[in-house]
Design a binder for this molecule. Structure first.
Ligand code: DGL
Length: 246
């Protein structure tokens, strides 16, 4: 054998999309796990929010985002948006059978399994709650607990309005701006806590950006569940299964 170095094939690029900057939480979780894998990210902020759009429109936008990511050379597509996963992932998998897709859905299963009070709060968009995935997961894993579903569209708007500060790392806000965000969060979270919820599922990728406020309002009364790390591990699993990474 000669001492020729064996060149490894380049790692495949992984593409992420969301209606805006929500999916950055998934991107960051994946980059923490696999800093060696190249990534692309599409924030479709021009069309944000997706949460209250009809499913066929979300599918059209998701298809456009997928094509753009494939044109950029991505080989795996991460639908880093609960709403787009609900409306589009089944059709995308049929349309692009050679592309592995990874989606995200509200983590009701761990919430239901870990709840001691038997009450679980889920924060998500209308589109996510109307989707087949959410209904099926809830019927399968949360039939013995009370699930309180809360649509919090203003959380999405607030995060998008603060996109520049969040991307710069100039977040969370302090002073009057911080107090205003805290009041907004409190209006949605406090009723869940008062109803006995001891697990809160962040079912929209925009919401982890508000986590410092959510944790402050919870003050230890409920565990906040964010599936970003689990999604990052699932992306890695896809790469390993296809032998695209070590
Ligand atoms: N980030 C998206 C999600 O996870 C939705 C936000 C929106 O309404 O556009 O559902």
């Amino acid at each position: 054998m000669s001492g020729e170095p064996v060149s490894r094939p380049a790692l495949p690029k992984v593409g992420f999309f969301d209606s805006g900057i929500g999916g950055l939480c998934i991107l960051r979780a994946f980059q923490a796990l696999r800093p060696d894998v190249p990534t692309e990210y599409i924030a479709d902020s021009a069309n944000c929010p997706y949460g209250n759009k009809p499913a066929d429109e979300i599918l059209r936008l998701s298809d456009e985002n997928t094509r753009r990511l494939l044109d950029m050379g991505c080989r795996v597509v991460v639908v880093a948006c609960n709403t787009a996963t609900a409306a589009a992932i089944d059709t995308l998998r049929r349309r692009y059978p050679h592309v592995p897709f990874v989606g995200i859905e509200p983590a009701i299963k761990p919430a239901a399994l870990r709840s001691k009070t038997g009450v679980v709060g889920v924060l998500a968009t209308e589109g996510t709650f109307n989707g087949r995935l959410y209904k099926e997961t809830k019927a399968k894993f949360a039939k013995d607990v009370t699930v309180i579903a809360v649509v919090a569209d203003e959380f999405v708007t607030t995060v998008e309005k603060s996109a520049a500060a969040i991307v710069r790392g100039d977040w969370p806000p302090t002073g009057a701006a911080g107090q205003a965000v805290e009041r907004m969060v409190r209006r949605r979270i406090e009723p869940l806590l008062n109803a006995g919820a001891d697990r809160l599922v962040l079912g929209c990728t925009h919401f982890p950006h508000l986590r410092p406020f959510i944790e402050k309002v919870c003050d230890g009364r409920a565990e906040v569940i964010d599936p970003a790390a689990a999604v990052a591990r699932q992306i890695q699993r896809v790469l390993l299964q296809r032998d695209w990474a070590d």
